[in-house]
Design a protein around this ligand. Sequence first.
Ligand SMILES: [Zn+2]
Length: 403
Amino acid sequence: METSCRICSGPVKGSVDLGVQPRGNAFPKPGELAGEFFYPLIVGMCDSCAMVQLMADIPQEVRYHDQYPYRASNSTVHSAHFAGVAHRLLRTELTGRDRFIVEIGCNDGVMLASIAEAGVRHLGVEPSQEVAELARSRGIEVLPRFFDEETAADIRAGHGPADVIFGANVIAHISHLDSVLKGAVTLLGPDGVFVFEEPYLGAVVEQTAFDLFYDEHSFVFSVSSIRAAARLFGLDLVDAEPLAIHGGSMRYTLAKRGARRPTPAVAELLAAERARGLDRHATLEELNRRAERVRDDLTSLLRSLRADGKRVAGYGAPAKITTVTNYCGIGADLIPYVCDSTPSKQNRVVAGSHIPVVPPSVFRQDRPDYAVLFAWNHAEEIMEKESDFTGRWIVYIPQVRVL
Ligand SMILES: [Zn+2]
């Protein structure tokens, strides 16, 4: 399978095949399973710019709907992280008079709340109405649109140039990334910066985190692919900073061409990526083989536990659970339910695999013998919260283990 790159039009060859998948965050109601949307989840790398991307084109209107269930504030670790991001921006880029920050995909306002409290001019761009309302209720100004060139021009016309454009776990979701980068050039002031943090290809490869691939993640970025993409649209990558959040992310800072000198971290990380082969197809092909091993080990473990009469539950229903369960062919026969604290996911099922999602209280009453930890990026937080759990945890990243 070959397509052309969404960034540079170069040839993209598929390397990681995760089978036919539904939308990761669909979580249909049990009575609404007839119209499920499926597509082939194949991940490839561009020969020219090394951008890792989904081969299939999924219309964003199919992906983001009013019931979009992800709430950035649900995790206390994430809330603390984004308060930290806001305070750092307030100390560095947003000092001085009448500064202006735009956040792409502000979700429920987890980051902008601290900016609004500080009285700094801001605008959240958030197409999902339900989370946009939550942000508004925290005193945040929200524009309910998708961010692209046109939106950027309208914001500049109405509010003036931005000192900071920020995005977290959203830029890699946008299949029209080219239009986002053009929009950033339009909206940024001469010394403005476009800062975004997204799951890092290096972490995905190192941890065999194949479940980070789902319909909403159009791309998985690396320092080299972001540097190439930035250059193509008149921007420079001026800083990159590894982050522990989401199982391994990278924070990228872009500036207008020639406006800022890149930090030494950029060259260091580029050299490290070349040494690790993050710009080579062979690395993705190896990831594909390791994903197959996880699939075989996890399904055989769950089958043998079932044969032994053990009771197994799932813990956490992030979008990742959709990729893993559909890729491995795991249904309610092997994992009868999964608990998640997000009310909008409860009393629904995981798309495709149809595992029911229940509140954590069910898990605590049921006391299963084993729990598969799907929200593995929150492992510490969850194990601490569930310290009364007497069964054993099953993790599958980077390999299948019973803890
Ligand atoms: Zn490319």
